[in-house]
Write a protein that binds this ligand. Structure first.
Ligand SMILES: Cc1cc2nc3c(=O)[nH]c(=O)nc-3n(C[C@H](O)[C@H](O)[C@H](O)COP(=O)(O)OP(=O)(O)OC[C@H]3O[C@@H](n4cnc5c(N)ncnc54)[C@H](O)[C@@H]3O)c2cc1C
Length: 416
């Protein structure tokens, strides 16, 4: 595998940057694999990587109907944090944050994980109570989170307007180890590392069916490049998870909504952290290119349109202008949407399914980027061992039948 050491970069620079190899191959699908993953987003690629690296399963294909990282992985606002309320969620997201901390070294690829802190603003009494509850719960789970007074909020993030607004800032919960990562680099890093371990990444190949044998078990997938056999199929198709799972006759407890984001023109470093406000609904950080990266809310209606309604973004910009009045003069460069798959309790599903050989990783809604390495890691375990890792054991499909919900819908500090 080619390396990106400083020495190598200098050597290539003197050679006009000729001779770099493609970072992954473009193989034709084989007739059969041990495992097929549907969807080359971060989660699917991470799963393939850990299948090869930790479980010695190299005969793996990741099948992607578009281009790798072109789904929600390449469309999100890159916020990473683990300060979720419930024990099950804290364990899952903290597992991911621990992997983020060593991911660039592990993949030998700079994913630009930047622990610049995630600051969640409280604007009313309910917010204060709820966030303090999060702080206590997180600390009991060994997850860093601390309460800041309004003055401490201002000191930590000076551009914020803390008083002269309709809902003044009454404090904030700060997770210092939270932050951002470069989403494309995450997809590329996992893709390169998986490819180098023998995983076939097959782009521009749509899965159109999941074939089951007489016993009901999975036999393989129908694709736009023909039938590909595999006894194990893992679905990591985000906004289209329910569509893909229906191909195997499994009805999922999911709804799909458009979720939007937008970026401003680039400016000099002006915003030091990630700020989230659920109450007035805005979240913002500054990318390393200088753009303000702004997340909006989901549309009110289900849709696969991959672009949301204009009033959703204008509402978010109203909130940003209140929070950071000097940004009123920033011009917005572009906006886009992704399709997010939302479960009734707003927690993901990472599980075996009632169909032997079929596994699913979905329901991440508006917040799965932060989980990418952790999710891929435990999903690989689930597929390799045919049983869940202790961390994802609670994240079953059956919880919606049995009532063991992980109800971050009411408890999460960000609107879904
Ligand atoms: C605007 C926006 C902002 C967000 N902000 C954040 C954030 O700040 N922090 C955070 O943690 N999360 C955020 N998220 C959520 C996060 O992006 C997702 O939860 C996460 O990226 C999901 O990753 P994935 O790999 O499962 O999905 P994806 O990257 O969407 O990958 C799924 C892939 O499956 C492919 N696929 C679908 N159907 C088929 C088929 N039939 N055959 C073959 N391939 C198929 C798709 O083309 C796609 O590439 C945001 C999402 C959006 C849209």
């Amino acid at each position: 595998m080619q390396t990106f050491s400083g020495l190598n970069l200098i050597r290539r620079a003197f050679g006009g940057h000729k001779g770099w190899q493609p970072q992954w191959r473009t193989p034709e699908p084989k007739a059969e694999y041990d495992v097929i993953i549907v969807g080359a987003g971060g989660h699917g690629l991470a799963c393939a990587y850990y299948l090869a690296k930790e479980h010695g399963i190299h005969n793996v294909a990741v099948i992607e109907r578009g281009w790798l990282g072109g789904g929600n992985t390449g469309r999100n606002t890159t916020i990473v944090r683990s300060n979720y309320l419930f024990d099950e969620s804290a364990a899952l997201y903290e597992h991911a944050v621990k992997l983020w901390e060593g991911l660039s070294a592990d993949l030998n690829y700079n994913v630009m994980y930047s622990a610049r802190g995630v600051l969640m603003l409280a604007h009313n009494h309910h917010d204060v109570q709820s966030f303090k509850r999060h702080v206590h719960s997180n600390r009991l789970n060994g997850v860093d989170n601390e309460w800041l007074s309004p003055e401490e909020v201002k000191a930590f993030c000076p551009p914020l307007n803390i008083t002269s607004m309709r809902y003044p800032i009454l404090g904030g919960a700060l997770q210092r180890r939270g932050g951002t990562a470069r989403h494309d680099a995450v997809a590329w890093g996992f893709a390169r590392a998986a490819d180098s371990r023998g995983v076939d990444i097959i782009q521009n190949c749509e899965v159109t069916g999941i074939r089951r044998g007489p016993s009901g078990a999975v036999e393989g997938v129908e694709t736009s490049k023909g039938f590909i056999r595999a006894k194990k199929v893992g679905v990591s198709a985000a906004g289209h998870s329910s569509v893909v799972m229906a191909m195997a006759g499994v009805r999922m407890p999911l709804e799909s909504y458009p979720l939007q984001a937008l970026v401003s023109e680039p400016v000099k470093p002006a915003f030091p952290t990630v700020v989230m406000s659920n109450t007035i609904h805005a979240y913002i950080s500054q990318s390393d290119k200088g753009e303000m990266v702004i997340g909006a809310g989901t549309d009110a209606y289900t849709s696969y349109s991959q672009r949301g309604a204009l009033h959703v973004t204008t509402h978010t910009l109203d909130a940003i202008c209140e929070l950071v009045p000097q940004f009123r003069r920033l011009r917005m460069l572009r906006n886009w949407g992704g399709i997010v798959d939302v479960t009734p309790d707003r927690s993901p599903i990472i599980a075996k399914t009632p169909v032997p050989g079929l596994y699913v990783n979905c329901g991440w809604g508006t917040g799965g980027f932060k989980a990418t390495p952790g999710s891929g890691h435990v999903f690989a375990h689930t597929i390799a061992k045919d049983e869940p890792h202790p961390i994802n054991a609670p994240f079953t499909i059956e919880r919606f039948r049995d009532g063991f919900l992980i109800d971050e819908a009411a408890a999460a500090a960000v609107a879904h």
